[in-house]
Ligand binder design. Sequence first.
Ligand SMILES: [Zn+2]
Length: 200
Amino acid sequence: MRKLTKDERELVEGLKKQRVLLSVRGELLMGNNTTLVAVFCGDGDHSDDKFCHLKRESAGKVHLLPDNGGAIWLDPNFRAPDYSSEEWSGLQRRWRDRITGSVAMKGTNRVALMVHYPCGEVTGNFGMGINDLLASVVRAHWRVKNEVDEFLAGRVERGEAVSSTKIRVPTLFHHPHPTQDRGQTWWVNPEHAMFRHLRP
Ligand SMILES: [Zn+2]
């Protein structure tokens, strides 16, 4: 796993100073829930590091939904090449069902969406940079929030039990530590002025 370049480190430092990237708080990840649903890239070079971070910060159970690239698959503007329209719709439907099914099964209102950089899938295969990736996870945030809130409203209408009527979707960015053999995870603030144009 390569480290960030000097330019990439400076970009991340700038984003921290602008408060686009903030420290991850346990309350953000868990609230009153006992389980956090988490979408992330399952790359074995750092999946244990990210999982341990989520476990530590949430102080609860982590229900994983891994895929290469993590939350980019939920960005409504993202479209992987080599899929027909029907295949892509089916894939998107599957993602929605995985998330809503997990929320219902675990009775939680927290779904964390994580991306990381550099990532073999998004950096290597799709050529995305850090800013692309952050915009992608913020778009995914609004989409997942909207879809899960609709799903929960449907359950309420049908008289089915829900633990909450509104979902919270923490967006997370992970990158290698500059000197140590582990990573650092930040909360990407989707309400930041930098992402205002991405609000639905
Ligand atoms: Zn990855």
